[in-house]
Ligand binder design. Structure first.
Ligand code: C5P
Length: 231
């Protein structure tokens, strides 16, 4: 199933404490966002990639894309204050298409197989998101003490990509903007307009580079993939 990808890349990455956008940090010789873009570059089903970027970072991001000869990036939108605003800015400029896949530029280890399953599920069901089962026991706290232990059988940690039929995502994002609703992911916006969202099982490797320890984890993932390729 062909799709258009939207990559929000306009965060400030404060939790990384690097003094600059974490996506520009190098991971085994390449900026984080380039690792992410390369996954889509290599996917024949990806028709185009649109990036939400900060105005002041656009030149450096664009020149890196040009230097590496990446061809799928079709355009840019100005990122907003919240991630949701950045996604909306892209959605407003992309040409109409069948399926849109939203993916954090900060998740460079997403697998091709998960992307394919998500795009197909979104076409069939309207909306599909990547996630992994919760491994730890989850408890709720009140004033320093456990108030409840939650049955983890039904709990998932949700990631991106999140894939949607174009018209559905547009409606969900517009409705949220009109009513001043701020969600933590796109699926939440679709859920609030009554859409059922399918979960597609992803991998624990699909981490979001957020804090300095994620860079160490990221290097380990790349090293183990390299070893696999050399076998
Ligand atoms: O901050 P966090 O890591 O959760 O952001 C997830 C993704 O959304 C990152 O790729 C980040 O660059 C992007 N983002 C954005 N605009 C914002 C905030 C985050 O494009 N205002």
């Amino acid at each position: 199933m062909n799709y258009t990808a939207i990559l929000p890349a306009a965060g400030s990455g404060r939790r990384m404490k690097a003094g600059k956008n974490k996506l520009l940090l190098e991971l085994s010789g390449k900026p984080v966002f380039i690792h992410t873009l390369e996954v889509f570059e290599q996917d024949p089903a990806c028709e185009a990639v649109w990036l939400a970027v900060k105005q002041e970072e656009r030149d450096v991001i664009e020149s890196e894309i040009r230097r590496l000869g990446l061809k799928k990036v079709a355009g840019f939108a100005d990122g907003g204050t919240e991630r949701q605003d950045s996604v909306r800015a892209c959605l407003e400029v992309i040409p109409e298409c069948e399926v849109v896949l939203v993916h954090d530029a900060a998740r460079p280890f997403v697998s091709q197989e998960v992307i394919t399953r998500l795009a197909e599920a979104a076409q069939e069901q309207g909306a599909a998101i990547a996630g992994v089962r919760v491994k730890d026991t989850i408890k709720k706290e009140k004033e320093g003490f456990v108030s409840e232990t939650i049955d983890r059988e039904s709990l998932w940690m949700i990631q991106t990509p999140q894939a949607f039929r174009y018209g559905l995502l547009l409606e969900a994002v517009k409705s949220a903007a009109e009513q001043g609703f701020l969600g933590t992911d796109e699926a939440m916006l679709a859920e609030r307009i009554g859409q059922r969202v399918q979960i597609v099982e992803s991998s624990y490797e699909n981490i979001k580079i957020t804090t300095p320890d994620d860079l160490i984890h990221g290097k380990a993932i790349l090293a183990s993939r390299q070893q696999e390729e050399e076998k």
